[in-house]
Design a protein around this ligand. Structure first.
Ligand SMILES: C[S@@+](CC[C@H](N)C(=O)[O-])C[C@H]1O[C@@H](n2cnc3c(N)ncnc32)[C@H](O)[C@@H]1O
Length: 328
């Protein structure tokens, strides 16, 4: 990981022929994020998934004394966003790396635990829209799917090397795809004829064995599964959650937006455990554990976007926001 140098601005949002050419990413639940982060003047905030900087920009604009550290594991996205947001220097700091390593970034800046952390999980519209990144199945492109371009095996590597059972396991576990075995078998049969290296070719293969039942493309779950596996996404969240409370000051706020149940389940479980004031087995007549709640849940139930937001931004439809405050 390295602290990024800001470079000259290449143009507007997602335009100008920069690395992130494509549709601008619309930040999801922008007002809700600000409401739950409740930014305070002079404080430090973390955007652990800076992306195209929509949330970070709004955060920086709430008060001219707030500083934000934005992390992103994608060097192309980070460089583009840092350049586009150069006007916010020196209040915006950027760091290329994963959010589970936030401790390293905080130490690099010499920051103490902070007043708020935001995670807006997954990939941005601009990553999705670039065929060369290999996330989208409606266009032809290399079967890549790495958020940190250049690091580790690609989706094509997994598809080429995993045995049928391991493929089925990934598609079932990370995609919750009922036809996982059928799809894995079809992949193994197809790759014996010729390598599967193209996004659309894989999507068409899946469509052949798993007919479309609803409006959702039959390849959606398999692509989600491969993306999660390639980027080790769930382990990233687990490692972040192990340390999150160390990185937040008393009174600090944590806001996380998840986009599918595999993500949201772990967040919900961690939040509920931290909020519990007793961890005794239910059969005990009285509490003997001396445990105390570490956080206060800002909303007991998950927060979802308004119908109006979903109508104007389809990506928002699966968003689930959870928020907490660390107790003093
Ligand atoms: C949904 S987008 C964030 C969009 C952002 N909130 C905005 O307003 O533009 C998610 C971003 O997080 C990055 N990302 C995903 N997982 C990450 C991780 N474990 N660590 C750091 N960045 C990550 C992706 O590369 C992507 O740019």
């Amino acid at each position: 990981m390295s602290v990024y140098q800001l470079r000259a601005a290449p143009g507007g949002w997602g335009g100008g022929g920069g690395a992130e050419e494509g549709r601008r990413h619309t930040p999801v639940m922008l007002e809700e994020v600000i409401t739950y982060l409740d930014p305070r003047p002079g404080e430090h905030y973390i955007d652990g998934t800076l992306g195209n900087g929509g949330h970070a920009t709004r955060l920086l604009e709430t008060d001219s004394t707030i500083e934000v550290l934005g992390l992103d594991r994608d060097p192309l996205t980070l460089a583009d966003t840092a350049a586009r947001m150069a006007a916010y220097r020196p209040r915006l700091h950027t760091h290329r790396g994963t959010f589970d390593e936030l401790g390293v970034a905080l130490a690099t800046l010499g920051w103490q635990p902070v007043a708020g952390i935001l995670l807006d999980l997954g990939v941005s519209s601009m990553q999705l829209d670039q065929p060369a990144r290999g996330f989208a199945f409606r266009t032809s492109g290399p079967l890549d799917m790495r958020m940190s371009a250049g690091d580790g095996p690609t989706a094509a590597d997994l598809v080429a090397t995993l045995d049928e059972q391991a493929l089925a396991e990934i598609i079932w576990r990370y995609g919750e795809e009922p036809a996982a075995r059928k799809i894995a078998a079809a992949i193994v049969e197809a790759r014996a004829r010729e390598p599967l290296t193209d996004t659309m070719a894989l999507a068409e293969l899946i469509e052949g064995v798993r007919p479309r039942r609803s409006g959702v493309h039959p390849a959606t779950r398999t692509f989600q599964a491969l993306r999660i596996a390639v980027n080790d996404e769930l382990a990233q969240i687990d490692r972040f959650l192990e340390h999150a409370l160390e990185w937040l000051a008393p009174g600090g706020r944590l806001v996380i937006i998840a986009y599918h149940s595999l993500e949201d389940r772990r967040i919900k479980r961690a939040f509920r455990n931290w909020a519990r004031s007793c961890v005794c087995p239910p059969r005990l007549p009285q509490c003997v554990c001396d445990a105390r709640a570490q956080v206060r849940l800002l909303r007991r139930r998950v927060v979802t976007p308004s119908e109006q937001e979903i109508a104007s931004n389809r990506r928002a439809r699966s968003a689930r926001l959870r928020a907490l405050e660390v107790l003093q």
